[in-house]
Design a protein around this ligand. Structure first.
Ligand SMILES: Nc1ncnc2c1ncn2[C@@H]1O[C@H](COP(=O)(O)OP(=O)(O)OP(=O)(O)O)[C@@H](O)[C@H]1O
Ligand SMILES: [Mg+2]
Length: 228
């Protein structure tokens, strides 16, 4: 079963929406739209009556709401309505909350226990770069974390900054779907685009589609392609 991503034009390039309960990795350079995409994804879930969780490691709820306050897609309403739980793992209160979900197995088990016990339908985790701070053996633990996330009944967007844009990371291989945001140079200056690199169970073409930011947020121009 597919659910709407909440990003106008995006569902059209993935056969009508995202397969439920799967793990999607969203990557791209700074300022390319990863957090905006994730905020629209969460807003859509909350508006459809899904139980939502936004996990961050670098932004407070206030900062995130301020960043999204230029848009009208309804983020502030859903955040205020209590249908979205917000967990900032850098704060004492966020750490206390997550500690209640198990004392062994570290962060992976706790986040998975949170998703399961709270019956979270849709989650965002922003981001792998900061997640690394919680892991001792980063490569092994990230792999374990992704494998565990894939088993949950939660449709999850995991943001992964690409530290090395020329090579894929473990999370790109392990995820069910991989979405890249691009900032690219063309004759008119810098343009933005989105590219679905893979989406298991879904016919995709891997083309880069232009994206636009307006007061409604991020939008994919599904019928246009960016020529490389
Ligand atoms: N109306 C608007 N309100 C807020 N930001 C806007 C607006 N229009 C365009 N933008 C731009 O959208 C860009 C996308 O930001 P976003 O936070 O989604 O990127 P990101 O990929 O998460 O970046 P980072 O890696 O730094 O976290 C911002 O750099 C911002 O300048
Ligand atoms: Mg961001």
């Amino acid at each position: 079963m597919r659910v709407s991503s909440g990003i106008p034009g995006f569902d059209e390039i993935v056969q009508g929406g995202l397969l439920r309960d799967r793990l999607y990795v969203v990557s791209g350079p700074p300022g390319s739209g990863k957090t905006t995409f994730s905020s629209q994804f969460i807003t859509e879930g909350a508006k459809s009556g899904e139980n939502c969780l936004y996990v961050t490691m670098h932004e407070t709820k206030e900062e995130l709401m301020q960043d999204m306050s230029g848009y009208d897609f309804g983020f502030d309403q859903v955040m205020a309505s209590g249908t979205v739980q917000f967990l900032n793992l850098m704060t004492d209160s966020g750490k206390r909350t997550i500690t209640q979900f198990g004392t062994d197995g570290g962060l992976t088990n706790r986040i998975v226990a949170f998703l399961e016990q709270q019956e979270i339908d849709r989650a965002v985790i922003d981001s792998t770069m900061l997640l690394q701070h919680f892991f001792e053996n980063v490569s092994d633990e990230i792999t374990g974390f992704l494998s565990a996330l894939k088993q949950t009944g939660t449709t999850t967007v995991l943001i992964s900054e690409m530290t090395d844009p020329s090579s894929y990371a473990d999370e790109h291989y392990l995820a069910h779907g991989v979405i890249f945001f691009h900032n690219y140079l063309d004759s008119g200056g810098m343009t933005r685009g989105v590219q679905v690199i893979k989406m298991r169970g879904t016919a995709i073409d891997c083309d880069i589609r232009p994206i636009e930011f307006s007061d409604q947020g991020l939008r994919v121009i599904a019928d246009k392609r960016v020529e490389a």
